[in-house]
Ligand binder design. Structure first.
Ligand SMILES: Cc1cn([C@H]2C[C@H](O)[C@@H](COP(=O)(O)OP(=O)(O)O[C@H]3O[C@H](C)C(=O)[C@H](O)[C@H]3O)O2)c(=O)[nH]c1=O
Length: 350
């Protein structure tokens, strides 16, 4: 039986990856290693928690000894590493938390795998999940390819860039097998309402302002999270070792256009008169160091591995809104407690 550790499996993208592996591969034992920080939630995995091939381990990747202990005990065939601090605004307020989890946490995992897998690097794989933000920002045209130089602008993207470099360095220095994928903005069920789409869905439901940063003309390339999980599955099984793949939706939207589409769909689904949600749009002070445009060239994963997004943005977004409207309890739980304080802190100077 193959054993795979998935770090950050209780988070947004991680939970979709865990669900896919647990349900699709009963012959694999899947270990979800997660610290359950504010963004990790076992509610995200209720439907698979009793599967015999699923095990949850509460542990923090910043704890080097614990990582060594867990990895030597399980002796996995692969690690799919998704555990990370991921919100850019939080990284601006607390960069060190991002260095600790994203850089030191990754190196702790690499150290343990390097030692425990010694002598059988060819049979094992460290698969590191990263972001397109490591490439910095684009002008009006152009796309990020796998050979675009790294040029991170936020503490978050700098910490992810550093972690990517460490993974590659461990491959080159020690000969460990690794793959890195760099993905564009994800959206879908179970995303914590600090990121644009779930935050705005939550605020529209609650009739709260929709804080659009700066002029709202920033561009992002959006991918449905389930398509990302499918890509991760494919890369884990078919990807070439010591390679990087970019994953994206070929789906660019200016923030303000996306927000207006979201408002229209939400009004319809909530049975409110057209234009109701639009009135909540509030332009606020910009995010410092705000990257103007991200866009991924996903040709390599498409031509070499045959991956492409399976749903259109209209379908994915509509399904996402429906999910949040059907899961108001989940939304209420994750936005209770410290959330309100965080939200007020985040927007008080904007
Ligand atoms: C939360 C928020 C965001 N925005 C803007 C800022 C961005 O231009 C865009 C998306 O912001 P968000 O914070 O949702 O995502 P990014 O900063 O693009 O980064 C995201 O996508 C990459 C790939 C990752 O790797 C990050 O982990 C992930 O957080 O909307 C607003 O205008 N108002 C808001 O309240």
């Amino acid at each position: 039986m193959k054993k795979i550790i998935i770090t950050g499996g209780a988070g947004f993208i991680g939970s979709h990856v865990v669900r896919r592996f647990v349900t699709k591969y009963p012959q694999y034992q899947i270990y979800n290693l997660d610290a359950l920080t504010y963004a990790g939630n076992l509610e995200n995995l209720r439907d698979v928690e009793n599967f015999p091939n699923y095990t949850f381990i509460k542990a923090d990747i910043t704890d080097a000894d614990k990582m060594y202990e867990i990895i030597s005990e399980i002796d996995p065939d692969g690690v799919i590493h998704l555990a990370a601090e991921s919100h850019v605004d939080r990284s601006i307020n607390d960069p060190l938390a991002f260095v600790k989890t994203n850089v030191i946490g990754t190196v702790n995992l690499l150290n343990a795998c390097r030692d425990i897998w010694k002598g059988r690097y060819d049979e094992t794989l460290f698969y590191h999940i990263s972001t397109d933000e490591v490439y910095g920002t684009l002008g009006e045209s152009g796309l990020f390819t796998e050979t675009t130089p790294y040029d991170p602008n936020s503490p978050y993207s700098a910490s992810k860039a550093a972690s990517d470099h460490f993974v590659r360095a461990y491959g080159e220095t020690y000969g460990m097998n690794y793959i890195i994928t760099n993905c564009s903005n994800n959206y879908g069920p179970f995303q914590f309402p600090e990121k644009l789409i779930p935050l705005f869905i939550n605020n529209i439901i609650a009739n709260k302002p929709l804080p659009v940063y700066g002029d709202g003309l920033y561009t992002r390339d959006w991918l449905y999270v389930i398509d990302h999980a499918m890509a991760i599955d494919l890369v884990y099984h078919k990807g070439a070792k010591h390679e990087t793949y970019n994953i994206g939706g070929f789906n660019e939207w200016k923030n303000i256009d996306l927000v207006r589409l979201l408002c229209r769909l939400m009004d319809k689904k909530l049975g409110r008169p057209e234009g109701t949600a639009d009135k909540l749009i509030t332009f606020v002070k910009d995010r410092p160091g705000h990257d103007r445009r991200y866009a991924i060239d996903a040709t390599k994963i498409n031509t070499e591995l045959g991956w492409k997004p399976s749903v259109t943005f209209e379908t994915g977004l509509s399904e996402t809104i429906d999910w949040y409207l059907e899961n108001t309890e989940w939304l209420k739980n994750v936005t209770s407690g410290a959330y309100q304080k965080y939200y007020e802190e985040m927007y008080k100077n904007r």
